[in-house]
Design a protein around this ligand. Structure first.
Ligand SMILES: [Zn+2]
Length: 468
């Protein structure tokens, strides 16, 4: 499999550290609020990656943390703790908030067919491990104590900006937040490992440590939880692109200083979900959650399909119009598949060829949009329905779109493969246009043209007809 690696910023062949075992780590949610669908885009794409690695025969162990302490309202070391702010907002204790939003997160994941990682570890379970890692960093001279806090000394590293020249927007997260410069820091890029002093010192959860009563910084938890469950060598670390700096950059600094060798070989970053105003966030505009989409009548799996229609390394623009197109395509696809018969035996050689085409798409840097088109190729394939059902069931182990459903009798099982494919192409084209990805939009237009499809813009969106 070829994957784009943020380390080195190139596509590289994926080779695990040891045989076919893959240690995979995912930055989990900070459980102070509902996840918005932009956060969930990242988890959907990571889920496809995990399932595909398993499908391709790897023995995957996936670990995720739950941030229930120490993540300040800025990604730098300033601001109030997000958990504490959430507790104040809802007049609950921090632990009540953590429990409620952890459950809400996994309930959203379940609706989106996102598998629960093998290990889910809350940060508050691992205070002893954080203290141990910080102690080693102090012993090795990578950390210092100033003004009551313990800091990581980034000047001790050969390279701090490991992801190279990240675009300014990504770097701006850290820069913008460091307006309030912490005068204890020796270098601008140093960061806190353990707090005992903060101007927001109403922290509810504090622990004894060799440096006084306090609480861990955010970055240390991922380094520490990863080492606890995945050992010294991590194969692949996932997260949203906004975590590449400073969070992942700091994770690498700590882990490699602690271990004394290279830690993680592949970094998989998913780009933002935007809306008409720009990057989706909790603080501006509509707060889009899975529950909100459900209340508007959308099946959460339509949102999953919407995400799969675009490549994970491209920003994705959300609009209800695009989602409606996907909903139509999804509906048609499910009905078409439900109308397949069950007679006949599986023609294994034909099934293998169809599955190979699907794998080829995902082997190329997880090209989910191409993988989706292979679903339509299966429907058009020159083989019996039993073979098609078998292949679709296999493919759905990765796509997890509940492709094979028994529909109630009264629902017309109609819709032919061709119109299902056209609906999907139209949805993909409208998404590409929304993202100003003209090359893809033009390629799809040409493909539709080849199929003699004429698009008609109506007030209810795009409709189409075939002209010969
Ligand atoms: Zn993390």
């Amino acid at each position: 499999m070829i994957l784009y690696n943020s380390l080195g910023q190139t596509k590289q062949e994926f080779v695990p550290h040891e045989g076919n075992k893959v240690n995979m780590y995912t930055c989990g949610p900070t459980v102070y609020h509902y996840a918005h669908i932009g956060n969930l885009r990242t988890y959907i794409m990571e889920d496809v990656l995990e399932k595909y690695l398993r499908f391709a025969g790897y023995d995957v162990k996936r670990v995720m943390n739950i941030t229930d302490v120490g993540h300040l309202s800025s990604d730098a070391d300033t601001g109030e703790d997000k958990m504490l702010a959430g507790a104040k907002r809802e007049h609950k204790s921090v632990m009540e908030i953590a429990k409620f939003y952890t459950d809400a997160f996994f309930s959203d994941c379940e609706k989106l067919n996102i598998k629960r990682p093998d290990v889910v570890e809350p940060a508050t379970n691992c205070i002893a491990e954080f203290i141990q890692m910080i102690s080693v960093l102090l012993e090795k001279g990578y950390a210092y104590i100033a003004g009551g806090n313990v800091y990581f000394d980034t000047s001790k590293l050969d390279t701090y900006y490991v992801f190279g020249n990240m675009n300014e927007e990504d770097l701006a997260v850290g820069v913008r937040d460091s307006v309030e410069e912490d005068e204890n820091k020796r270098n601008k890029t140093d960061f806190v490992l353990w707090f005992t002093k903060s101007k927001f010192d109403s922290q509810e959860l504090k622990w004894e440590s060799p440096w006084g009563l306090g609480y861990p910084g955010w970055h240390i938890e991922c380094s520490s939880i990863s080492c606890k469950h995945c050992g010294e060598y991590l194969d692949i670390h996932c997260g949203g692109i906004d975590n590449a700096f400073p969070h992942h950059t700091n994770e690498i600094a700590q882990s490699e200083a602690f271990l004394g060798h290279k830690w993680c070989n592949y970094w998989f970053h998913v780009l933002h979900l935007n809306d008409a105003r720009g990057k989706m966030s909790k603080s501006k505009g509509d707060f889009l959650t899975v529950s909100l989409l459900e209340s508007k009548g959308y099946n959460p799996l339509v949102y999953r399909m919407f995400c799969l229609q675009s490549h994970y390394r491209k920003p994705l623009t959300f609009s209800y119009e695009s989602l409606d197109n996907t909903a139509k395509a999804y509906d048609k696809l499910i009905k078409r598949i439900a109308s397949l018969g069950t007679d006949g035996g599986v023609e294994q050689d034909k099934a293998d060829a169809l599955i190979a085409a699907f794998k080829e798409a995902l082997d190329n840097d997880l090209n989910t949009s191409l993988a989706l088109t292979s679903v339509y190729d299966v429907l058009k394939a020159d083989t019996n329905d039993a073979t098609k059902r078998y292949v679709l069931a296999e493919i759905d182990k990765v796509l997890s779109l509940d492709l094979i459903q028994e529909l109630p009798e009264e629902q017309p099982a109609g819709g032919d493969a061709l119109s299902a494919e056209i609906e999907a192409l139209i949805a993909q084209r409208s998404e590409a246009r929304a993202n100003k990805d003209w090359a893809t939009a033009d390629a799809i237009r040409d493909k539709l043209k080849e199929m003699h499809v004429v698009l008609l813009d109506t007030k209810d969106g795009v409709s189409w007809k075939i002209e010969n």
